[in-house]
Design a binder for this molecule. Structure first.
Ligand code: UDP
Length: 239
């Protein structure tokens, strides 16, 4: 018998930087194509997939604030950046013959539908990959929090964070050679040890709603499918 996925519905969080590839800014079409292929492979296992993508490859509100600008306006721009990334991912998935829809927390009806839980339920029922754009729709939040929020609202079995490395480390392994990797952690340990994998609001929301967080490398091909099949290299955060 073929391997069966261990989750029915998951929320995949990708940072904007994941779409940037080796470029210093923006979207690398080849990287988007590779990620879309991985999503389609996962979809073919029968898993319902929601995606939240960040906007850091284009715009971050904090960088506006750091230069003395208005944080709220900067965050609005950041949310618009997530819509750009979401539309790009959606069309790459659709180009592979899998139905996909963008639902945005920020209303822009000529571009995509606005997020509602009912609309998202209908999209999942129609077997679409649902891309949640616009983060939470509020300034002073991040798309990590948006991902935890949508995972809770949409009753996802797990929040999968695709990162640049293969799990959660005690320090940044790209900067600190003594950094060690965790196999498992609790949400509380992530918070109390100050591990910089997601912001604290996102981890707390996942903890309070008992949603496991699985951190894996989005750059290793086949890793998303492996995580859905309960194998592969990842750090698993459970209550
Ligand atoms: N943002 C926001 N509210 C949200 C989600 C995102 O204001 O709920 C803005 C914020 O300015 C943030 C930017 O959008 O810097 C991009 O999101 P994020 O930093 O989470 O992207 P990532 O780091 O995942 O690429």
């Amino acid at each position: 018998m073929a391997d069966q996925p261990i989750y029915k519905r998951v929320l995949l969080k990708l940072s904007g930087e994941a779409l940037m590839g080796a470029k210093g800014y923006g979207i690398d079409g080849a990287v988007v194509d590779r990620i879309a292929t991985e999503v389609v492979e996962a979809y073919r296992l029968g898993v319902e997939i929601g995606i939240v993508v960040g906007g850091g490859n284009i715009f971050r509100g904090v960088s506006v604030a750091a230069e003395g600008g208005d944080r709220t306006t900067g965050d609005h721009l950041g949310m618009l950046a997530t819509v750009m990334n979401s539309l790009t991912i959606r069309s790459a998935i659709a180009a592979r013959g899998v139905p996909s829809e963008v639902l945005s927390a920020v209303a822009m009806p000529t571009v995509c539908d606005t997020f509602t839980q009912r609309g998202a339920d209908a999209a999942f029922a129609a077997k679409k990959v649902v891309v949640f754009a616009g983060g939470t729709g509020n300034p002073f939040f991040t798309t990590d929090s948006g991902a935890a929020l949508r995972a809770a609202e949409m009753n996802c079995d797990a929040l999968l964070k695709g990162t640049q490395v293969d799990g959660i480390y005690s320090a940044d392994p790209k900067k600190d050679p003594t950094a060690t990797r965790y196999e498992t952690l609790t949400h509380q340990e992530v918070l109390s040890r100050g591990l910089a994998v997601m912001d604290a609001a996102a981890i707390a929301l996942a903890r309070d709603n008992r949603i496991p967080v699985i951190v894996f490398s989005i750059h290793e091909s086949g890793s998303f499918v492996d995580v859905l099949l309960g194998r592969g290299r990842a750090t698993i955060v459970t209550p």
